[in-house]
Design a protein around this ligand. Structure first.
Ligand SMILES: Cc1cc2nc3c(=O)[nH]c(=O)nc-3n(C[C@H](O)[C@H](O)[C@H](O)COP(=O)(O)OP(=O)(O)OC[C@H]3O[C@@H](n4cnc5c(N)ncnc54)[C@H](O)[C@@H]3O)c2cc1C
Length: 414
C-alpha cells in the first residue's frame, strides 16, 4: 500500500523510503543518490516532503538529548518529536519557549517549515534554533551556528538544503502554565480591542468558524504573571474541558480549567499520549502582518458564506517576528489565520485562490506545510531574502538532489 502523510490526503511518490540506522549510513546514502529528501513525522498536508528518489526518515537515530546548562541550549537528533524532547527537558528542569498544537511533530520537520504556536512575544519554533548539523548533497556534514554567514537562511530550509541530523535549541528554566478556555466571545469587542485580547496571556488562541457574532472559544495559556479574567471580551469560562471542535470531548486535550502544570503539558493543545482525530482533516494557514490583523479578520468574516461550510474549525494565533529568510514571520510580527478543513480536497482547493486573493493586499504568506495555491511568482516578492535562499540552495546542492516538484512550483519557479 502507498505510504501516506498523517492526514492521508497525500501518497508519497518516492519509490523508496528508508530509515538509516546511523548518520554515517545517511551520509553515504545521500552521497550516492540522484534525488533524495528527508521525511519527518508526515504532518504536512501537501507534497513538500516528497522526492522522485529516496525519502529518508531519521526515526531510527537515537534522540541523543544533550543539555548545555551553561549556554542554555539543548542538542537533539532531528527526527525526535517535540513531545519526547519536552518530557526530557522538563525532567531536568528546563523548557522550550513554545510548542505547536501537536507534540507529535518531528523537530527537524517543524523547523523546516517554520511551525509555530501562539503568543505575542513568542517567535516560531525555528527561531529557537541556535545551531544545526546537516548532511549536504555531497554527503558531508555541515555544522552552522547562529551568527554564521547564511545561518538565517539554513534554518527554515524546506528540506531543500540538506538533511538535518541535529539541532541545537535555546532553552530556559522550566515554568508552569495554567490554561483557561472562554466561550462565545463577542466578535465586535475582540476586533475593537484586538491587541488587548492577544496580550492577555502568554499564548492566546481563538477558535472560530468565522460565522455569526461570536467567537466559539478562546484558549488562554497563562504564566504566573497573567491574571484570569471573570469574563473575556464577552466570553464566559468553560465549565469542563473543551476540544477546539464543538461537541468533541476535551479528554484528548491538554489540561484546562486553570489547573497549573508543567509547560510541557500545557503549551500544546493536544496530549502527547493521544492522537487527535487521526486524519479526517486538511489544513491551510496564512500569516498576516500584525498591523493588518483586524482588517484581515474582517475580510475573513465577510467570506464566511464560502468558507464556513468547508470548515471544521479555524484558529487565530499570534507569532513574533524572526530573521529566518523563509520564515512566514520573517521581519514582522504577525497573526496566523488557520483553517482546519473537512477532508474534501477538491472543494478546499477550489476556494483557496479566493482566500489568497482577498488576503493578498496584506502581503500574506502561506504556511509552507499546509495547503495553499500560490506559486513561486506570487511568493517570491513576499520574502526579501528569497533570491538569497535560492542562491544558497544552488550553492549547497548544485545538482538539485534535494529539489522536488513542490519546491520547483513554489520556490525555484521552473
Ligand atoms: C494535526 C496537525 C497539527 C499541526 N499543528 C501545527 C501548529 O500548531 N503550528 C504550525 O505552524 N503547524 C502545524 N502543523 C503543520 C506541521 O507542523 C508542519 O507541516 C511540519 O512541517 C510537519 O513536520 P513533519 O516532521 O511532519 O515534517 P514532514 O511533513 O514530514 O516534512 C515537512 C518538511 O520538513 C522537511 N524535513 C523533515 N525532516 C527533515 C530533516 N531531518 N532535515 C531537513 N528537512 C526535513 C521535509 O523535507 C519537508 O520539506 C500541524 C500539522 C498537523 C497534521
Amino acid at each position: 500500500m502507498a505510504e501516506r502523510n498523517w492526514a492521508g490526503n497525500y501518497s508519497y511518490l518516492a519509490p523508496r523510503i528508508v530509515h538509516p540506522e546511523s548518520v554515517a549510513e545517511l551520509q553515504s546514502l545521500v552521497a550516492d543518490a540522484q534525488r533524495v529528501r528527508a521525511l519527518g513525522s508526515r504532518h504536512s498536508f501537501n507534497s513538500i516532503a516528497d522526492s522522485a528518489g529516496t525519502l529518508t526518515v531519521l526515526d531510527r537515530l537515537e534522540p541523543d538529548i544533550r543539555i548545555d546548562a551553561a549556554n542554555m541550549t539543548v542538542t537533539v537528533s532531528g527526527g525526535t518529536r517535540y513531545g519526547t524532547l519536552a518530557a526530557e527537558l522538563q525532567r531536568q528542569g528546563f523548557a522550550l519557549h513554545n510548542l505547536a498544537s501537536l507534540p507529535h511533530i518531528s523537530i527537524a520537520g517543524a523547523v523546516a517549515t517554520a511551525t509555530h504556536g501562539s503568543g505575542d512575544a513568542n517567535a516560531n519554533l525555528a527561531a529557537a534554533v541556535a545551531g544545526l548539523r546537516m548532511v549536504t548533497a555531497d554527503g558531508n556534514l555541515l555544522t552552522a551556528r547562529r551568527g554564521d554567514e547564511d545561518f538565517a537562511g539554513m534554518v527554515v530550509g524546506l528540506g531543500a538544503l540538506g538533511i538535518v541530523t541535529e539541532l541545537t535549541l535555546d532553552i530556559q528554566p522550566s515554568f508552569d502554565v495554567a490554561q483557561n478556555v472562554f466561550e462565545n466571545l463577542s466578535w465586535e469587542r475582540v476586533l475593537d480591542d484586538f491587541d488587548n485580547v492577544t496580550s492577555s496571556a502568554y499564548s492566546v488562541s481563538l477558535f472560530t468558524d468565522w460565522s455569526g457574532e461570536t467567537i466559539g472559544q478562546a484558549w488562554l495559556k497563562r504564566r504566573s504573571s497573567d491574571s484570569v479574567p471573570d469574563v473575556f471580551f464577552g466570553g464566559t469560562p468553560a465549565t469542563e474541558a473543551r476540544h477546539p471542535l464543538p461537541g468533541v470531548s476535551g479528554s484528548n486535550c491538554t489540561q484546562q480549567l486553570g489547573v497549573p502544570g508543567q509547560w510541557s503539558d500545557r503549551l500544546a493543545h493536544f496530549r502527547m499520549e493521544f492522537t487527535p482525530s487521526q486524519g479526517e482533516e486538511l489544513q491551510s494557514e496564512y500569516l498576516v502582518p500584525r498591523e493588518h490583523a483586524v482588517e484581515a479578520l474582517r475580510t475573513m468574516r465577510r467570506l464566511s458564506d464560502v468558507v464556513t461550510p468547508l470548515l471544521l474549525v479555524g484558529e487565530i494565533r499570534t507569532v513574533a517576528a524572526d530573521d529566518l529568510w523563509l520564515s512566514a514571520n520573517y521581519g514582522r510580527d504577525g497573526i496566523g489565520l488557520h483553517f482546519t478543513w473537512r477532508q474534501d480536497q477538491p472543494a478546499v482547493e477550489a476556494i483557496l485562490p479566493l482566500i489568497e486573493s482577498e488576503l493578498a493586499p496584506f502581503a500574506t504568506r502561506p504556511h509552507w506545510g499546509k495547503l495553499f495555491n500560490a506559486d513561486a511568482a506570487a511568493i517570491a516578492p513576499l520574502y526579501p531574502r528569497f533570491a538569497d535562499f535560492i542562491a544558497l540552495a544552488n550553492r549547497l546542492d548544485p545538482s538539485g538532489k534535494f529539489r522536488n516538484d513542490f519546491l520547483d512550483r513554489t520556490v525555484f519557479g521552473s
